[in-house]
Design a protein around this ligand. Structure first.
Ligand code: PEP
Ligand code: MN
Length: 362
């Protein structure tokens, strides 16, 4: 199959669905046949080898599951996709007849691993989807495509799955939408698919993230779907049932592209980029306030006062000294830091004196 052509010829969104992991032959057959009843599903996904952040989690059934995935795909009449992280995975997946391969976020980050996969695929005609690296580095993501292209692969697709972040209040992986937008400016011919499941980490956020992706004119979505999500062997909190997927797809509003007036199009794009950066500023502020609450908790345990003049003065002076480097006026830096500080004290007070009403704190 040619995946790029198929995506471009399909009505949006091109939908890839299936469980995080292959678990049993029955699970695969059930979910694939169920998904095939939904005409909006274009391809099936399932992980055979699972890259886990910590040991002792389920690491995938391994190659024994390849025929379960391939057979289920054939019965369902849909192409199958799985993740490969090294040349052995590539050899086994090709031999089993998987239709589409994808490179996971923890592999894209490593040029040695990407090169090994590219070498193993030299001369092979197969579509490859490349997830963004776990760290917010556009060049690494683009570099992975270049390595595959040098090996002769030309049917490539990008998957945006968000970026690692320490203790984010909302996302499992922050979307940082401006990075995939940057990818699209650099490689407009490569279809871009969003993976709301790994961005959200929990199913109630899937609709919001999917809607945003469609509003940004992505080609498609990859959504983890499981017959019994709560009992899934991996990523239970973010998976949905085929029924849940169907309902969500009905709810997403597909807006047609506004006919582009060539004169104002650059302005529209710039405003879009600024809006996405503003989103990130608030995401960061929310994350910062979580840390402020942890500080409040520590101070409470250790009977330390909330406001410590010396520490705060140091924070302000540190920022002010960078005013030229940031190209921001001292006045602006001072006002911003003051506003952040006020909000931070409100969060700390909430933790230290939970009964006090801080909603009108000034
Ligand atoms: C997955 O798709 O199941 C997966 C492991 O994804 P990522 O590489 O985005 O973490
Ligand atoms: Mn997963």
């Amino acid at each position: 199959m040619n995946l790029q052509e198929t995506i471009n010829a399909s009505t949006k969104p091109f939908l890839i669905a299936g469980p995080c992991s292959v678990e049993t032959p029955d699970q695969m057959m059930n979910i694939c046949l169920d998904l095939a009843k939904n005409e909006k599903v274009h391809a099936l996904r399932a992980g055979i080898w699972k890259p886990r952040t910590r040991p002792d989690s389920f690491e995938g059934v391994g190659s024994i599951g390849l025929p379960w995935l391939v057979d289920a795909g054939k019965k369902a009449g849909l192409p199958t996709a799985t993740e490969v992280a090294n040349k052995h995975h590539v050899e086994l997946a090709l031999k089993a007849g998987v239709d589409i391969l994808w490179i996971g976020a923890r592999t894209t980050v490593n040029p040695f691993a990407v090169q090994e996969i590219a070498d193993a695929l030299t001369g092979v005609k197969i579509p490859v989807m490349v997830k963004n690296s776990i760290n917010p580095d556009l060049e690494l993501w683009i570099g992975a495509f270049e390595r595959l292209e040098k090996a002769g692969l030309d049917d490539l697709v990008a998957i945006h799955r968000g970026f690692s972040f320490y203790k984010h209040p909302k996302y499992r992986n922050v979307p940082s939408w401006e990075i995939p937008m940057g990818f699209r400016s650099r490689r407009p011919e490569i279809p871009l698919i969003c993976d709301p499941s790994h961005i959200s980490g929990k199913r109630d956020l899937l609709l919001e993230v999917s809607q945003k992706a469609m509003d940004l004119n992505y080609h498609g979505l990859m959504i983890e779907t499981h017959p019994d999500p709560d009992n899934a062997w991996s990523d239970a909190a973010q998976q949905v049932t085929p029924e849940g997927l169907k309902n969500m797809m009905k709810t997403i509003i597909l807006r047609t592209e506004i006919a582009s007036n060539e004169m104002i199009q650059p302005l529209v794009e710039l405003r879009q980029k600024i809006g996405l950066l503003d989103d990130r500023i608030f995401d960061l502020l929310a994350a910062r306030m979580i840390l402020s609450e942890e500080v409040g908790d520590f101070k409470k345990q250790n009977k330390i006062t909330i406001f410590q003049q010396e520490h705060w003065a140091k924070m302000i002076i540190g920022r002010l000294s960078k005013s030229e480097e940031y190209n921001l006026t001292e006045r602006f830096i001072r006002q911003t830091m003051d506003a952040i500080h006020q909000e931070s004290i409100r969060h700390q007070t909430k933790v230290m004196n939970p009964k006090q009403d801080n909603s009108n704190y000034k």
